[in-house]
Write a protein that binds this ligand. Structure first.
Ligand code: ZN
Length: 165
């Protein structure tokens, strides 16, 4: 495994454990060249064969990277770490595998991600939800935005939500 810090392909595994009911093996590795530690996640290939059923009925392969990218976009300039994003996606995948076998509706992924993101960062949640959950009406979006505004942890940049992107 190539070290993300120095690029050397020479490491030792210092810890290994499975999570998500054994679906994922998490390995803590230490680079022998620079001695820094990093984590890798191993998933069975089946994960990648999951199909997403879109609202119009079309099917596309599930791509974890796309979910991560959409979250990163929603979390732009918010205090949400990559680890938190990965945890949201891990938890969402776990939920998918508990409830669906081979195909999952895109709305389920969007809803599950949105609900988890809501607990982490309300502004990022509203951004994400307005794009991916497709609010049933504008009123619902405004309600969510007001709820976010009332949360004391939200910083002064909240108005950017409604500004030009
Ligand atoms: Zn290294």
């Amino acid at each position: 495994m190539q070290c993300p810090f120095c690029g050397q392909d020479n490491d030792k595994v210092v810890d290994s454990r499975s999570s998500e009911g054994g679906r994922v093996v998490r390995r803590r590795r230490e680079c022998i060249a620079c001695e820094r530690r990093f984590t890798t996640y191993e998933r069975p290939e089946e994960t990648l064969r999951l199909t997403v059923v879109k609202k119009d009925g079309s099917r596309v392969p599930y791509e974890r990277d796309k979910v991560i990218a959409s979250l990163q976009k929603a979390c732009y300039k918010r205090k949400v770490t990559d680890d938190q994003i990965r945890q949201i996606v891990d938890a969402t995948e776990e939920e998918i595998f508990r409830r669906f076998e081979k195909a999952v509706p895109s709305s389920f992924i969007g809803d599950t991600v949105a609900e988890r993101l809501k607990k982490v960062d309300k502004i990022a949640y509203v951004r994400f939800a307005s794009v991916y959950r497709e609010f049933t009406d504008v009123g619902e979006l405004i309600e969510d935005a007001q709820e976010a505004r009332q949360t004391p942890s939200i910083g002064p940049e909240q108005k950017e939500l409604f500004g030009s992107q």
